[in-house]
Design a protein around this ligand. Structure first.
Ligand code: FE2
Length: 492
């Protein structure tokens, strides 16, 4: 099977990418999609409904608009046995600071079938603006109105309109349960978003540190399982460090503290961190109290982190502490959750009942963040709000922590109501750090990758929290000791 990449006009490529066109009869169960971007390489991944060799075609985006395209064709063998059909192809030798397009071509019976066009960029040079999206807590809401598809399509459209995103970050709880029953519709729902830019996630508690998560995604190099449980993406003027707050065994925390400190101490102008559990949150159900204000916040202050992206709490909140902006972004489609009547110290904006994502643009002189509302949402309703902003703020290179506020934005009535109840902006001196005795202990879910579990039916249960308290553990140990003492007494 030898063929050339057919020249396609840029506009058509954008349309094909955004619409995810002509895929209904395609044999792609997952993807194609990209990950682990670098200055000269990327990983392209897919899963087919049947094992088949394929050709992966890659070309600089500009080349597809000329009469002499410059395709690069890689012959890819069928997925190996035991891989669950997963294919990862490392494409290296690329030019830095270049936009590329790709597609996967397979022989399907007598027909040659081509995937939709995907896009990625290689690492830009310093001084170039880096633009990306962040979402979290997508989980499973594709029945009825497919909330994930609405959000994914909005991000893909935003990427096309913005000249392409450098990557899309996800702060965890991608799926409700990490098995094929959930992964398959998740990939289908996010087809256009995954084609739009490399996807770079961290683990949520719902991923359960599953082997299926590691099988599916190629991360930037880092540490922990497969050197990808936590990772760092050094990208022009930007560094993003991804951590796993489920890996909270003492040695894992120490490893991640050292890793974060080292990776965040580089020369990049703008520093971001992403992990699942919120350092600060006014969520009525989860709230703060996981201990990360003690474990990580001092390192972020020391290294000059600009923004920390979290999820887990299914609402939006912007908290400012010691010049660091903490964003809770748990509005990726999962059922929204209420905020507590009282806001945590430093809470600037807190809004519930929306599905949303963050659009981040890191220019040489400032970071601009828009929180884009996709819909007003409750457990049973989902009313699209295309183009509306929940929040918008800017960080300047001069060290100013933040300017602008939600009150300056053209917000819908319901959002204005939510904004009216916001806590006032706290001064940095009002930081209230919790002591280690207030921390919850989180058992590490697995010491290694687990076997993919059997499929299970979806349930509309509340977000599972795997965080027992230290007090609870002590009480349990005390009960066990009393029971053992009683048994010994009975035996005597
Ligand atoms: Fe969640």
């Amino acid at each position: 099977m030898k063929r050339s990449l057919v020249p396609v006009a840029f506009g058509l490529l954008v349309l094909a990418t955004v619409a995810g066109a002509a895929t209904a009869a395609m044999p792609f169960v997952h993807g194609p999609y990209s990950g682990a971007p670098s200055a000269t390489s990327v990983v392209i991944s897919w899963v087919l409904s049947f094992p088949s060799p394929a050709e992966l075609e890659v070309a600089p985006e500009d080349a597809t608009t000329t009469t002499e395209p410059f395709p690069r064709i890689l012959d890819v063998a069928a997925a190996s046995e035991g891989s669950h059909g997963q294919v990862h192809v490392l494409v290296d030798g690329l030019e830095p600071a270049t936009a590329y397009v790709y597609r996967v071509v397979i022989q399907s019976g007598p027909e040659i079938a081509s995937s939709p066009i995907g896009r990625f960029k290689t690492e830009p040079a310093p001084g170039q603006t880096v633009t990306f999206a962040v979402l979290s807590d997508t989980q499973w809401q594709w029945e009825g109105t497919n909330r994930l598809a609405v959000i994914g399509d909005a991000i893909a459209f935003d990427a096309a309109r913005s000249g392409g995103f450098d990557f899309v970050l996800h702060a965890g709880d991608l799926v409700e349960t990490p098995n094929a029953f959930y992964w398959d519709p998740w990939f289908t729902s996010f087809e256009s978003m995954l084609l739009a830019a490399p996807f770079v996630p961290v683990l949520g508690n719902h991923e359960k540190n599953s082997v299926s998560y590691y099988n599916a995604f190629a991360h930037p190099s880092g540490g922990g399982q497969g050197d990808e449980r936590w990772w760092a993406l050094h990208w022009g003027d930007v560094v993003v460090v991804g951590l796993d707050t489920n890996a909270d065994r003492a040695d894992r925390i120490l490893e991640q503290q050292a890793y974060a400190r080292a990776e965040l101490s580089g020369p990049e102008r703008w520093k971001f961190v992403i992990f699942h559990h919120p350092v600060y949150s006014s969520d009525a159900y989860h709230g703060s109290g996981y201990g990360y204000e003690t474990i990580y916040h001092p390192i972020f202050v020391e290294t000059g982190v600009d923004i920390v992206f979290n999820g887990h709490a299914h609402n939006y909140e912007r908290i400012e502490k010691d010049g660091i902006v903490y964003l809770v972004l748990g509005g990726g489609g999962a059922v929204p959750r209420e905020l507590a009547p009282t806001r945590v110290d430093g809470s600037v904006v807190a809004i519930e009942n929306h599905s949303f994502y963050a659009h981040v643009s890191a220019a040489p002189d400032k970071i601009s963040v828009d929180i884009v509302s996709v819909a007003e949402a409750t457990e049973t309703t989902f009313v699209p709000t295309p183009g509306e902003l929940l929040d918008s703020f800017t960080l300047t290179a001069s060290g100013e922590p933040s300017v602008s506020s939600a009150a300056e934005l053209p917000l819908p009535d319901k959002t204005q109501t939510a904004s009216a109840s916001l806590a006032p902006v706290a001064t940095v001196s009002s930081v209230e750090t919790q002591t280690s005795s207030q921390m919850s202990a989180v058992p590490e879910v697995a010491s290694g990758r687990e076997t993919q579990p059997a499929a299970a039916a979806p349930t509309q249960t509340q977000d599972e929290c795997v965080m027992p308290s230290i007090a609870g553990l002590i009480a349990l140990l005390a009960l066990l000791a009393i029971a053992a003492w009683a048994l010994l007494r009975a035996g005597n």
